[in-house]
Design a binder for this molecule. Structure first.
Ligand SMILES: CC(C)(COP(=O)(O)OP(=O)(O)OC[C@H]1O[C@@H](n2cnc3c(N)ncnc32)[C@H](O)[C@@H]1OP(=O)(O)O)[C@@H](O)C(=O)NCCC(=O)NCCS
Length: 162
């Protein structure tokens, strides 16, 4: 699915557009409420603004009646694509919003010539794992994520899977 969702509106009145830094307060509130989304110092307004500048028009929000009801961050490093913090407000789940947010990102990554996309997910997020599996994503169980902090302002690693 390569449809550009940046101006799309569906039958439920849910529309999709690019994530702008002006959405930050609404999106961080959504992420804080979403089980399975871990937040850390990389989720400050400043850090998200930098991420959006570095990956312009790769990240999306879903809106209904002018309120953000879904969001995802997306970017790439020239080799792999990455999705972070996909979340849909509880009452709007199971209506295709999550899938459409993901598809919008994957279409952008494909257009940029990126061949594969990775996500980070907490091992204990069984519902999240089921979502990704159901939508064709395969766990790379032969791999582990390793990490080293580069600054001393970091929060404990358990606060975010990436
Ligand atoms: C994961 C999440 C974003 C899914 O959003 P959603 O809008 O409900 O998903 P969709 O309605 O687009 O679902 C797309 C498909 O996946 C299926 N699906 C959705 N959630 C699922 C789940 N937990 N387990 C299995 N399948 C699931 C849907 O039934 C649908 O299937 P279909 O295409 O065969 O009809 C949402 O549940 C959420 O915000 N969870 C909390 C945050 C989280 O864990 N995010 C992932 C972080 S890695």
């Amino acid at each position: 699915m390569t449809k550009d969702l940046s101006r799309c509106s569906d039958d439920d009145g849910i529309s999709f557009r690019h994530f702008r830094i002006q959405d930050y307060n609404a999106v961080i509130a959504l992420w804080r409420r979403a089980e399975g989304v871990g937040l850390n110092e990389s989720d400050s307004r400043r850090a998200v603004a930098a991420y959006l500048r570095r990956n312009p028009r790769f990240s999306f929000v879903a809106e209904r009646d002018g309120r953000v009801i879904g969001a995802v961050l997306c970017g790439h490093d020239g080799r792999r694509g990455y999705l972070h913090h996909l979340a849909v407000a509880r009452r709007y789940r199971r209506r295709g919003v999550g899938r459409q947010l993901v598809n919008a990102c994957l279409a952008k990554l494909r257009k940029a010539g990126i061949q594969r996309c990775n996500i980070f997910i907490f091992a204990k997020n069984a519902a999240g794992m089921n979502f990704w599996r159901h939508n064709g994503w395969k766990p790379r169980s032969e791999l582990r994520v390793m990490q080293i902090p580069l600054r001393d302002n970091h929060l404990p690693a358990r606060d975010c899977p990436c």
